[in-house]
Ligand binder design. Structure first.
Ligand SMILES: Nc1ncnc2c1ncn2[C@@H]1O[C@H](COP(=O)(O)OP(=O)(O)OP(=O)(O)O)[C@@H](O)[C@H]1O
Ligand SMILES: [Mg+2]
Length: 610
């Protein structure tokens, strides 16, 4: 469905980085059919429950309609004719129908709500599973807060729709059809009045419904912006406060909240107009009908019971139309939400996994890494290569240091070896197998990385170290901690290894975090060790100790060490000097001092300072 208003919004000038990022995710319109198909995919596993709920639905709708016939008998024979027996009979029927109605309602409500919860849970699970497999670059363009809003608020909308709105719509559709049928049987002439009104009611529903869906998507997008803003501000709360940025942030946030409110208001207004138009039409028709029918009763062409039944059916039909028009806008809202979720579900990872599990690696893995004529630009910066024509062979068991000024491309190289990005040209092999032909999991199984920003997770010390090898025993974890010189500070924590570290390990110092990250890498016992400034946050004494431990761990493994402090890489087999994505010199410390003026300069600056 083409939608000029939405594409116009893409052209809006963005004011904040969050809006930029949100705009970048694009808004490809997804057809209604596709939305239905995808939703059905999630419902299909539960067809037996759907059948059960449908039976209950049809039963209760049928009984409600039948009840009116009993009311007709009660009025005609009981009240008008004054017959006791038929009144009693009719009342017994009434109670019986009511009991069945209660049972049916229970089954319908329970199974339909169950279905809503179940489908939402499944959608949440598959969106998250999809997210975990996406290439890291995806999250540079899509904000985490925005994505979590999709998983929480958007799925909640779908839950409401499947768990109640659809059943309300179907029930009312049955009531509408059944009610109209009975109206025809009872009095065809009066029914034509009802039928005349149908286009008057359906027209506005279609007209306004489309707008509601679009506005609903807008308001969900605004809510997602709010979520993204909160997430970032809270994560960086110390920076926010240190720079006295609260007032500014509050203003920005208020703006997002107000935008969300305004978007909701437009949607609510549309809905209110829709409901008003429908109600007015329906009640005018009802009034016309009662007037015509009343004349018939007065003239004796119709019994009082018949008119009662007729008016009741008319009310049922009117209520059904009202309910459907309300629910339709709910459906439109959910369609907007589903559209966003489908976008996430269909996001393709740029890191493709080979079909049929990928090539096998030799057993055991030797750990030879060969970078052949590597060219790489970050997708967001196609003009400036981060790695350019790089050739490097790292022998099995060799320890190699990468040095070079900031922005030279050292971390990028590690990301390429871990296959977080694919190079545009050239290839990387592990034991002579192109890493693209390996399953990423198989590749990464043999690597452990300590990244430039040590990443800890909410949980205890034990959880965080064991992250790399969930099956490791407590003893093994303790040994790894000892080798990373973390035992001492861990023992001083309130609960030792069981101390909780807070979100992202906030309760630790920078150096402590680094040591836990090193312990985690040591515990994994990998063939290939990738250390990106792993000891940069440590004081000289701890660094020396951790370095000794690392030297020990690196023995016999292929290791790539990035370090700015040249003193920490004295013992490596080879040093590679990088500049602007290229290797400009390599060799031992002594070789480089002789052959590279840049290296000599770096070394002199550092050792003079020491
Ligand atoms: N996600 C990214 N998207 C776009 N460009 C990036 C991204 N990450 C890094 N870059 C750019 O790529 C270049 C190389 O960055 P890289 O992180 O590899 O440098 P580095 O050698 O590790 O530097 P440092 O010593 O400061 O850690 C830099 O110019 C940087 O701006
Ligand atoms: Mg780096």
């Amino acid at each position: 469905m083409s939608d000029p208003i939405n594409s116009e919004q893409n052209l809006n000038t963005s004011v904040t980085p969050i809006e930029d990022a949100v705009a970048e995710t694009g808004r490809n319109r997804i057809s209604n059919l596709k939305i239905l198909k995808t939703t059905w995919q999630y419902m299909r596993p539960y067809t037996s429950r759907i059948a059960l709920a449908s039976v209950a639905l049809i039963l209760t709708a049928g009984l409600s309609l039948g009840l009116v016939q009993i009311i007709r008998v009660i009025v005609d024979s009981g009240f008008v004719a004054g017959s006791n027996t038929s009144l009693n009979g009719a009342l017994i029927g009434f109670v019986a129908v009511a009991i069945f109605q209660a049972i049916g309602t229970f089954a319908r409500f329970y199974w339909v709500s169950w279905l809503g919860e179940r489908v939402t849970a499944d959608i949440r699970k598959s969106v998250f599973a999809r997210l975990l497999r996406l290439h890291p670059g995806f999250f540079e363009a899509n904000l985490s807060g925005e994505i979590s809003s999709r998983i929480t608020t958007d799925t909640t909308l779908i839950q409401t729709v499947i768990g109640s709105s659809v059943s309300i719509a179907l029930r009312n559709l049955l009531m509408l059809l059944g009610g109209t049928g009975f109206l025809f049987i009872t009095n065809p002439r009066l029914t034509s009045i009802v039928l005349l009104c149908i286009p008057l009611v359906v027209g506005p529903i279609i007209f306004f419904g489309k707008r509601v869906r679009r506005l609903s998507r807008d308001s969900q997008d605004e809510i997602a912006n709010v979520g993204a803003y909160v997430g970032e501000a809270i994560q960086q709360i110390k920076t926010v406060q240190a720079f006295n940025h609260q007032r500014h942030d509050k203003k920005q946030f208020d703006r997002h909240v107000e935008a969300a409110f305004a978007a909701s208001c437009r949607r609510i207004y549309m809905r209110s107009v829709l409901i008003t138009v429908v109600m007015t039409t329906v009640f005018s028709a009802l009034a016309a009908m009662i007037w015509v029918g009343g004349q018939d009763v007065i003239d004796g062409r119709m019994s009082a019971g018949e008119l009662t039944a007729f008016v009741t059916y008319a009310v049922i039909v009117a209520a059904a139309v009202g309910a459907i028009s309300q629910v339709l806008s709910e459906l439109q809202r959910a369609a907007g939400a589903m559209e966003r979720l489908i976008e996430l579900l269909e996001s393709e990872s740029a890191i493709t996994e080979p079909e049929s599990g990928g090539a096998p690696l030799p057993e055991p893995v030797r750990g030879e890494i060969n970078l052949k004529n590597l060219h790489f630009c970050y997708p967001t910066r196609p003009e400036s290569p981060a790695v350019e024509g790089l050739n490097l062979i790292i022998r099995p068991g060799e320890s190699l240091a990468l040095v070079g000024s900031s922005g030279a491309g050292k971390s990028t190289l590690i990301d390429l070896i871990l296959r977080f990005y694919d190079p545009q040209k050239g290839c990387i092999t592990l034991d002579n197998i192109d890493i693209k032909t390996l399953h990423p999991e198989a590749l990464r199984r043999h690597m452990a990385v300590v990244s430039q920003q040590p990443a800890l997770f909410t949980g205890t010390v034990l959880d965080n170290i064991r992250y790399s090898r969930p099956g490791a025993s407590d003893e093994e974890v303790r040994l790894a901690a000892k080798n990373a010189y973390s035992e001492e500070f861990i023992s001083q924590l309130p609960n030792g290894f069981h101390s909780h570290l807070g979100e992202g390990g906030v309760r630790l110092s920078g150096g402590q975090r680094q040591r836990l990250a090193i312990a985690r890498a040591i515990l994994k016992d990998p063939r290939i060790l990738l250390l990106d400034e792993a000891t940069s946050a440590l004081d000289a004494e701890s660094e020396q100790k951790v370095q000794l431990a690392l030297d020990h761990v690196m023995r016999g493994r292929t290791s790539i060490v990035i370090a700015h402090r040249l003193a920490t890489i004295k013992n490596v087999d080879r040093i590679v000097l990088m500049q602007r994505g290229q290797i400009i010199a390599e060799g031992s410390h002594e070789d480089l001092m002789l052959n590279s003026s840049l290296y000599e300069k770096l070394a002199k600056l550092q050792f003079n300072q020491d």
